[in-house]
Design a protein around this ligand. Structure first.
Ligand SMILES: Nc1ncnc2c1ncn2[C@@H]1O[C@H](COP(=O)(O)OP(=O)(O)OP(=O)(O)O)[C@@H](O)[C@H]1O
Length: 334
């Protein structure tokens, strides 16, 4: 492993996880995370994010493939990895009768070189709740406590499984700020999330998982680059779509109308928007309800989910056809 800023703190190669009943939840994935990066694992429900993160945390052994965290196997070399990592699980599961301060103190007792509990509680905005019993915390406050405990050991690598699920908008913003500050201090963060804007906001790089595989990976900009941008507006009174400048000439891929509303999809947003605005200016008309939107991660996500569902549907239809053919052959030969 290199010791430069490009050192790979997490390395995953052809990783597979198979559960007891033989179900393969992780089906051969590869990715790496550099020191100081925030890497987001996104995916549909049941895509295999938690199953993957648990392998990185050393909570289970892979069925096949290789995981290295800080150069070690997190499962067989747990003692070397665990003190340098912080883990925020989806379900903290703390004794509900203890107060926040007692929970943090108890946890600090299990962490070598722990930071003062009051310090991490302040970081996550729980200073006012130190004497509150865990069972009296709201869902969002519990997530904050989970995060505080993950920070007690001042980890080099932080695993956050859906860190802002259950948080209100302010709590989510606070968590983003905290994760951003940790990244600035050099902490490597791997997080799973269902909030695409969270990944867009926080992640240096990300991977979108679907059915145990990585469907796409890259920086948020790279992942969205392949997606079209959108422009919509209301046609000026007395004008029709045919009165607009030739759309293909503006780099518009396709368009649809909904009453007077026109929606355009383009991979050349600036050219299309400029062409339309110049036309409107010259015609002396206003493009009411004008909305110009660049491609978002949400679109990339939805298009992957849609593509894979279409493939699944096609496979199912082919299988059904094959079964029907086999049945017909059987009937014929019988
Ligand atoms: N202990 C288990 N035994 C058998 N199958 C499991 C087990 N845990 C998870 N699975 C299955 O593995 C697949 C991946 O689950 P996982 O929890 O990793 O997905 P996820 O991407 O984290 O989903 P979500 O976003 O819904 O939390 C799912 O189909 C799930 O039903």
């Amino acid at each position: 492993m290199q010791s430069s800023g490009h050192e790979h703190v997490i390395e995953v190669t052809d990783l597979r996880r198979v559960y007891g009943g033989g179900f393969e939840a992780v089906r051969g994935i590869d990715f790496s995370v550099r020191r100081g990066e925030v890497f987001a694992l996104l995916g549909t429900n049941g895509a295999g994010k938690t199953s993957t993160v648990e392998l990185l945390e050393g909570l289970a052994a892979p069925a096949a493939g290789r995981v290295r965290v800080l150069g070690h196997d997190p499962y067989t070399e747990r003692a070397a990895v665990r003190p340098r990592t912080g883990v925020m699980l989806q379900e903290g599961g703390f004794p509900s009768e203890l107060t926040v301060a007692e929970t943090a103190r108890m946890w600090a007792g299990c962490v070598s070189g722990a930071r003062p509990p009051a310090e991490v509680l302040a970081l996550v905005g729980l200073s006012a709740k130190t004497d509150t019993r865990v069972k009296q915390l709201s869902g969002g406050q519990r997530r904050r406590l989970d995060l505080a405990l993950a920070l007690l050991g001042d980890p080099e690598v932080l695993f956050l499984d859906e860190p802002s699920t259950g948080l209100d908008a302010e709590g989510r913003r606070d968590t983003w700020e905290l994760v951003g500050a940790l990244r600035d201090q050099g902490t490597t963060v791997l997080l799973t999330t269902h909030y695409l804007e969270e990944a867009e906001h926080l992640a240096d790089r990300l991977a979108i998982m679907h059915e145990g595989r990585i469907a796409t990976t890259g920086t948020p900009a790279e992942v969205t680059a392949a997606q079209p941008s959108h422009i919509s507006f209301e046609l000026p009174d007395g004008y029709f779509v045919g009165d607009l400048p030739p759309l293909a000439g503006l780099g518009v891929d396709d368009h649809e109308t909904d009453g007077r509303i026109v929606r355009l999809r383009t991979r050349e947003l600036q050219r299309a928007a400029t062409g339309l605005l110049v036309w409107a200016g010259q015609a002396g008309v206003e493009l009411r309800r004008l909305d110009v939107r660049s491609a978002s991660l949400e679109e990339a996500f939805l298009s992957i989910a849609k593509k894979v569902s279409a493939q699944t549907a096609a496979t199912t239809t082919n299988t059904q056809k094959a079964q029907k053919t086999r049945k017909t052959e059987k009937e014929y030969t019988a």
